[in-house]
Design a binder for this molecule. Structure first.
Ligand code: FAD
Length: 337
């Protein structure tokens, strides 16, 4: 493991922001992690564990150590008639992992097709899309706890998964390097086609019994239409979380906006942030090289010349307009560093 100085991060974040890391290293084998944790540069500096950089916004040069996690490897640990227990290295690319699982006949992750990023961060963020969250199939998370040098395996129920969150963003924040994630996948498909966009596609294609391969292709097609490819239009996916509000506020908002969309939750409702942004006439706005994507208002894009401050200014303008119009505070899904 070598530690380098003053390394550009432009190719290591999907916003393609031109920032530098004071120190930088890469982990290609999980056996390197204990040595990393004992390293003086790691111990004495601020540090940031980086996957594919598809959910981060570097607000400035990083004045510490960036650790790129690249350890790969997929192992079948156990198989029974109806399930398989799979371990994937934190540095495996998520979509490649999903494809490998489909090809092996292990199902469940197909609705999470085409999400950029690596397996380790999928557990941090509890990624979700089209009616499925990765927690639905996660068995456990292995990694190194920095403060006590332990290497625990945390079962899913101890990971506090919720909407785009987990224990790794709260109690274990900055204190855990995920080395691998274990998933319990189905050997008999149980297709989840409840999401409206998927249903529409199935109807359009006239499919009677969609299988997991169809769902994977269908989700990939829908995403391709809506979301900009970061290699053409650098972005980090949904910039904001969909806000969860009290039913009383929804009732008030319905008086002035009868068409407000929402998803029922136990004692609250979730509002699509994209709709709120669109209603503030921000869809397609471009300012100083930063813009709101023309096909999906939740995605902010670097049109090539944006600096971190330009993205942040645009995000702040959106937050302020949404608050003025709807009394709703948007919260970033993207992690600001
Ligand atoms: C076009 C596009 C579409 C997207 N669509 C979706 C979507 O549908 N659903 C969704 O949920 N997300 C989506 N995202 C967001 C993003 O893909 C996910 O959040 C993804 O899990 C981030 O993975 P990453 O490897 O890039 O993580 P990074 O951005 O590198 O890191 C994210 C966080 O995880 C931490 N981290 C990463 N690896 C480790 C590790 N091994 N140990 C400890 N901490 C670690 C980092 O410190 C950081 O806090 C999208 C992004 C883009 C660009």
């Amino acid at each position: 493991m070598n530690i380098f100085q003053s390394i550009p991060l432009k190719k290591l974040n999907t916003f393609a922001l031109d920032v530098k890391a004071k120190y930088y290293t890469e982990i290609v084998d999980e056996k390197e992690i204990p040595c990393l944790i004992e390293n003086e540069t790691f111990r004495e500096n601020k540090r940031f564990i980086l996957g594919a950089g598809s959910n981060v916004l570097f607000t400035q040069d990083f004045d510490g150590l960036v650790v790129l996690v690249s350890n790969r490897g997929i192992k079948i640990l156990e198989q029974a008639e109806d399930y398989a227990l799979i371990e994937a290295g934190a540095g495996e690319f998520w979509n490649e992992f999903v494809i490998a699982m489909l090809k092996s006949g292990f199902y469940g992750l197909e609705n999470l097709a085409m999400i950029p990023g690596k397996v380790g961060a999928a557990a941090i963020q509890n990624i979700g899309a089209y009616g499925v969250e990765q927690k639905d199939f996660l068995h456990s998370v292995k990694g190194y706890r920095i403060e006590d040098n332990e290497f625990p395996e945390l079962p899913a129920k101890e990971c506090d998964f919720s909407y785009r969150s987990s224990i790794f963003k709260s109690a274990l924040k900055d204190n855990f390097v995920i080395s691998s994630v274990l998933y319990k996948l189905l050997k008999k498909p149980n297709v989840n086609s409840n999401y409206k966009d998927i249903k529409n596609e199935i109807e359009k294609d006239g499919i009677k019994n969609p299988d997991p391969h169809y769902i994977f292709n269908c989700v990939s097609k829908i995403r391709g239409r809506k979301l900009p490819d970061p290699s053409d239009f650098p972005n980090a996916g949904s910039y904001f979380k969909n806000p969860i509000i009290k039913k009383e506020l929804l009732a008030e908002l319905k008086a002035s906006h009868p068409d407000i969309p929402y998803y029922e939750m136990a004692d609250s409702v979730k509002i699509p942030a994209a709709w709120l942004i669109e209603k503030c006439n921000m869809k397609g706005t471009i300012k100083s090289g930063a813009g709101v994507w023309k096909n999906h208002s939740l995605v902010l894009v670097n049109y090539g010349t944006a600096k971190p401050v330009d993205i942040i200014n645009l995000a702040n303008e959106i937050k302020s307009k949404v608050f003025q119009k709807f009394s709703i505070n948007l919260v970033e899904e993207v992690i600001l560093i």
